[in-house]
Design a protein around this ligand. Structure first.
Ligand SMILES: CC(C)(COP(=O)(O)OP(=O)(O)OC[C@H]1O[C@@H](n2cnc3c(N)ncnc32)[C@H](O)[C@@H]1OP(=O)(O)O)[C@@H](O)C(=O)NCCC(=O)NCCS
Length: 329
């Protein structure tokens, strides 16, 4: 086969079960080819897909063959004026027919309407993906470092915070919530102009996938962390949680605020049975990375981070701020 008729359209809720099936299939094939033999990946849950597509519904696309079968998909989201796409796949038997390129062009065109910075992450083993993204307008920038924090090994360092000192955005007074969101928006906007994590905070809460911890300094928000406690895929019994986002105000005492957030997270997560936290940080925030290591995080692997070449140039520059997040769904 060297050509195929297909069309790209926006993803709808009825597509999600097939998206879950194709995604698990293509990534099982990928892992078997590039990493090591393993059982088939469990599918992402529909709840997970519904949440990840809710942040910018128009950015999520599917490729449909002339016979009506779905053959590819791309998920994407925007955080204010920062957007990224992933997870992304084309059914293995249809690779090399231009479907992936069409999906990338569709999502990039959509994200360019509102975003100053557009990015993605991919696997370092996949030269083909890096080639494809390079041809579609993306450039390699600082890698993302993926880190783990063992809650068991860090018990001496992080335990001891009383339940009354844990501040959860979702558990706060309704009257206080909008002001806290404003404070969190101000932090992300101070780190990257236009970056806004507040819809993410609300979506994780609405879909009951985790919690947002808040560090206060007097009456102001000094930092926050969104922690995902519910697995992405159906059958994850590894006791892992994810620090999905963690930010500290550039003018705050970074080390003190970070320690406060980690102590809050430790107390809450160990009480619900989690033993390990996974997170990631873009390499442009590498001075923050040193601080994370001092608090017990260990590097486990890296991902290639790529940025649309029309993005604001700061995406290619070092930053002294603390901004943990991955551009990978
Ligand atoms: C990545 C993926 C979605 C691409 O989909 P696809 O439909 O096979 O891709 P396309 O046929 O549109 O694109 C192939 C293009 O990449 C280019 N390409 C492939 N390998 C390349 C390489 N090593 N160097 C340079 N370019 C390369 C091809 O030349 C072609 O470019 P062209 O459009 O100019 O001819 C698909 O391979 C896939 O599902 N992989 C497994 C899951 C995955 O890796 N997802 C992405 C995670 S970040």
């Amino acid at each position: 086969m060297n050509s195929l008729d297909f069309a790209i359209r926006q993803m709808i809720d009825e597509d999600l079960a097939i998206v879950a099936e194709i995604e698990a299939g293509v990534f099982t094939d990928w892992y078997r080819m590039y990493r090591k033999p393993q059982d088939a990946l469990a599918e992402r849950t529909i709840k997970e897909l519904r949440y990840s597509t809710s942040l910018d519904p128009g950015a999520n696309l599917v490729a449909i063959a002339a016979d009506g079968a779905m053959i590819g998909f791309v998920l994407a989201r925007t955080w204010g004026e920062v957007g990224w796409f992933g997870t992304f796949g084309v059914a293995t038997q249809f690779h090399g027919l231009g479907i992936g390129r069409a999906l990338i062009e569709g999502v990039t065109t959509h994200l360019r309407k509102n975003c100053r910075i557009i990015g993605l992450e991919t696997m370092p083993e996949s030269g083909n993906n890096i080639g494809l993204y390079t041809k579609t307008g993306y450039a390699v920038t600082f890698p993302t470092l993926i880190l783990e924090l063992s809650l068991i090994q860090q018990a001496d360092h992080l335990s001891g915070m009383g339940a009354g000192d844990i501040i959860l955005w979702g558990g706060s007074d309704e009257a206080a919530k909008p002001g806290m969101l404003d404070g969190m928006r101000a932090i992300s906007n101070a780190i990257v102009s236009g970056l806004d994590y507040t819809r993410e905070i609300e979506a994780v809460h609405e879909h009951r996938l985790g919690e947002t911890f808040v560090a206060m300094d007097g009456g102001s928000v000094a930092g926050f962390a969104i922690v995902r406690t519910v697995p992405y895929r159906g059958q994850d019994t590894t006791g892992r949680g994810y620090i999905h986002i963690l930010c500290v105000h550039p003018e705050a005492d970074t080390d003190a605020v970070l320690l406060n957030l980690l102590q809050q997270i430790w107390s809450r997560c160990t009480s619900t049975g989690l033993t390990l936290l996974v997170t990631g940080i873009g390499g442009r925030y590498q001075s923050a990375l040193g601080l994370l290591m001092q608090h017990g995080f260990r590097g486990v692997r890296a991902a290639v981070r790529m940025v649309d070449r029309s993005s604001a140039t700061e995406a290619f520059e070092l930053s002294a701020d603390m901004n943990l997040s991955r551009w990978a769904g």
